[in-house]
Write a protein that binds this ligand. Structure first.
Ligand code: C5P
Length: 222
């Protein structure tokens, strides 16, 4: 399970990333690069992580007209990262074109950002029950040929889960510190609920002793 544990590198730049990576080395194998790090370092950060043999989830959450997304993903596909994502809200045509652009990379859909609640959806005139909206977007992602979705572990409880579909789940905590995550699930529990991969960030990257933390995580999985 440690190889399905994706470490979110929510770090500002290449130098900070190098300091962290040199500490953890091969104790992790899968990392997530988000907008902050990618916008600050571009392809350089991907080249560095690939040289170190990490699998990479490039978390850029694209959402634009179908042609723009498709052309952008053709560029991303050259980087040969493991996973990239788009907002399902971009619609069926965008999702299908996005999928067609990728030969080397699995495409994940973001359903509804967990920062939304019912009130903020109503405010956008999306006056539907949040969970049923997530379920519909999950189905649209599946029907459009995507490889999986990013969702919270809570979503795994009610989603009509598909076979051979990826469920990549943030909002995970091994210990009690929640940071700004409101509802958290333990790593092993998330896998038991149907996650195929989990994302863990600050609990590892901000740990005083990441190696000790990773030992505890491995023990938790055993
Ligand atoms: O530090 P933490 O473990 O909370 O990091 C979780 C990672 O997952 C962050 O990169 C965050 O942006 C991302 N994420 C999330 N909730 C979502 C989608 C992505 O926390 N619904």
């Amino acid at each position: 399970m440690i190889d399905k544990t994706i470490v979110a590198l929510d770090l500002p730049d290449l130098n900070t990333t190098k300091v962290f990576i040199e500490r953890v080395n091969s104790n992790i194998s899968f990392v997530k690069v988000g907008m902050e790090l990618f916008y600050s370092e571009g392809h350089k950060i991907i080249e560095y992580l690939k040289e170190k043999n990490y699998k990479i989830f490039l978390d850029l959450k694209l959402h634009d007209i179908p042609t723009t997304v498709a052309k952008s993903l053709k560029v991303i596909d050259q980087l040969e990262v493991e996973m990239v994502n788009v907002h399902v809200l971009g619609g069926e045509e965008m999702l299908k074109k996005a999928k067609e652009s990728l030969k080397n990379t699995a495409l994940l859909g973001v359903t509804i950002l967990t920062s939304h609640d019912q009130k903020s959806l109503n405010n956008l005139s999306l006056n539907r029950d949040l969970n049923s909206l997530v379920n519909d977007y999950h189905r649209l992602a599946y029907d459009s040929g995507l490889s999986g979705i990013v969702c919270s572990a809570q979503d795994l409880e009610y989603l009509n889960k598909k076979k051979d579909f990826l469920y990549v789940t943030p909002g995970i905590r091994l210990e009690n510190q929640h940071d700004d995550q409101k509802r958290v699930v333990k790593p092993k529990q998330a896998f038991a609920m149907g996650a195929t991969h989990i994302v863990m960030g600050r609990e590892i990257t901000k740990s005083n002793d990441p190696l000790r933390f990773l030992d505890k995580l491995r023990e938790h999985y055993d």
